[in-house]
Design a protein around this ligand. Structure first.
Ligand SMILES: Nc1ccn([C@@H]2O[C@H](COP(=O)(O)OP(=O)(O)OP(=O)(O)O)[C@@H](O)[C@H]2O)c(=O)n1
Ligand SMILES: C[C@](O)(CO)[C@H](O)COP(=O)(O)O
Length: 380
């Protein structure tokens, strides 16, 4: 049974406000979209993830690995249809459709939806309404509404792929969700238990609520790991050194099998160290010709993905570069930003600093650069 997930992320988040659409704002150190994508990529039963982006946001696609990107439409249902069409060439058996704005979706809700699809053409999580319901008019109560049998709908909403594709293709548009589209096409939809934590970030105040829920989820079973890394590369004739992903003009370059990015190598080793997963040489042997001249972001991205696959997030990292020259200070901000981009974390969690060795030893003689790094990983 092949299962795909479509995450719709092409909305503009007008009700949430802010300088950027809500899916690109940070929550507990990562973008909302990163949390949502990770919830499905790290769920063992989902084979493929499609992320539907607004055409103006397609540049964000490079921040996601092993995710199929589709361009969304002007409405939520147009974006869902774009995601479904992106799978049509190689159709899955089942598809789950989820709002990017629900980053706190947990594995149990996803499992309940998938399990219900064994016996139903559609299944979706919901919570029974427990508050009294009123009609309002001009700030006054104008009537009451019986809440019996009423539910608050959540996502992911799951369906047999062929049936929901056909339903969306023929729907006139304007549906609030995919259950409405499915029911319009005569499909039966089962209700499974939702989760209060699976809230949708809609208004400005929802960020604070989501942050609190995220902190609770992280704090429940705190598992903290610390790792250190150390690396050295010698100079050779050249015009620039690549350090923490940033080309720094110099009258020498660093010598190595890859791009010799001494800072990024130390940080990568710190992450492997925190995971007790050996070191960079074990994962990317220098004897292997495919890593010759490789950009070191591959190594760092691998280490952080390994951490995430084990349920860890980077709490912070600190890289120290030891050299007389080139001067690191003017480039430290760009280095932090680049390391943060590769690891998909907030730059505020990434430190890059430098020191000299007071002209002592090999760094003092300007024969090369040394780097030390520390990384802290936290498991939710
Ligand atoms: N044209 C659209 C509109 C919405 N969505 C997605 O549908 C989900 C639910 O929509 P909502 O919370 O309303 O998000 P926005 O449309 O972004 O918010 P707003 O209505 O406040 O602008 C979100 O994941 C949103 O990105 C989409 O993919 N394409
Ligand atoms: C699909 C949905 O999340 C179900 O609750 C919701 O209807 C979509 O968001 P919107 O605020 O209604 O656009």
């Amino acid at each position: 049974m092949e299962i795909a997930c479509i995450i719709v992320a092409a909305g503009r988040g007008t009700r949430a406000g802010g300088d950027v659409p809500k899916q690109w704002r940070h929550l507990h150190g990562r973008r909302v979209a990163d949390w949502t994508v990770a919830a499905f990529r790290e769920h063992g039963r989902i084979d493929r993830v499609v992320l539907v982006l607004h055409p103006d946001d397609l540049g964000q696609a490079r921040g996601f690995r092993d995710v199929l990107i589709a361009a969304g439409g002007a409405t939520r249902d147009a974006s869902v249809l774009a995601g479904l069409e992106a799978l049509a060439g190689d159709p899955p058996d089942l598809v789950l459709i989820h709002d990017v704005a629900r980053p706190l979706v947990g594995p149990a809700v996803i499992d309940r939806v998938i399990d219900a699809l064994e016996h139903s053409a559609g299944a979706a999580p919901a919570l029974a309404v427990t508050d009294a319901l009123w009609m309002g008019d001009g700030g006054r109560v104008a009537g009451t509404q019986d809440r019996t049998g009423l539910y608050r709908a959540q996502t992911p909403q799951g369906f047999r792929y062929g049936a929901i594709l056909a339903a969306h293709r023929t729907h006139p548009g304007g549906a609030a969700d995919d259950v409405e589209v499915a029911r319009h096409a005569g499909l039966d939809v089962a209700i499974v238990e939702g989760d209060e934590a699976n809230m949708k970030i809609t208004g400005p105040a929802d960020f604070a609520r989501a942050e609190k829920l995220m902190q609770n989820a992280m704090g429940d079973a705190m598992d903290i790991r610390v790792g250190q890394g150390y690396d050295v590369h010698a100079f050779e004739p050249g015009e620039a050194c690549i350090i923490c992903g940033v080309p720094v003009p110099h009258d020498k370059k660093l010598k190595g099998h890859s791009d010799a990015d001494v800072g990024m190598h130390a940080l990568t080793d710190a992450i492997y160290g925190a995971l007790a997963e050996g070191d960079i040489g074990q994962h990317f042997p220098p004897s292997d010709p495919q890593w010759k001249g490789a950009a070191s972001d591959i190594f760092l991205a691998h280490a952080i993905e390994l951490a995430r696959s084990k349920g860890f997030e980077l709490a912070n990292c600190d890289v120290t570069l030891i050299c007389e020259r080139p001067k690191i200070g003017p480039h430290a901000g760009a280095m932090r930003a680049e390391l943060a981009r590769i690891m998909a974390v907030d730059a505020e969690r990434v430190s890059v600093k430098a020191t000299t060795s007071e002209r002592l030893g090999f760094t003092g003689r300007e024969e090369g650069i040394a780097s030390m790094a520390v990384a802290t990983l936290v498991k939710a």
